[in-house]
Write a protein that binds this ligand. Sequence first.
Ligand SMILES: [Zn+2]
Length: 145
Amino acid sequence: MTAYEAIAEFIQKCWDEDRATLQAAGPGEIAWLTYLCPDGQMGYTTVAHRHHEEGPWVANGKELKEPASFRVIFNRGRELHRLTQNRMILQEHRPDRSDPTRCRVCTSAAQGFHTRFRHPCRTVRLLASEYDDRPGYQYSLWAPD
Ligand SMILES: [Zn+2]
């Protein structure tokens, strides 16, 4: 197994687990909601969810009034999209055909000539670093600089 294949297999397994978790969670989003006092000062904040972007915010099974502002901290659709984009980034950084030990994209201009980075390149290591707490992550080989 090449260095690229090892890290790619690890990352894709993590992404498959994430996708399964996201699909089991069902649609919707979670947000941090802020409510103001009548004088315009901040009153309180709470965390709530809703099943679709036009639906009401719900906490403890109760519909909440419209907040003064909210910040979405989790959106399943966005997370699934991010997983798809990350797979495209991993594919973009696959091994070079002429030298499978090096990334086909990443190069370094050192001493006047470009050298392709050895795998796993920094981009692929950064993708894997999100999962550095999972079994199988090889810190000594994959930790980003
Ligand atoms: Zn690369």
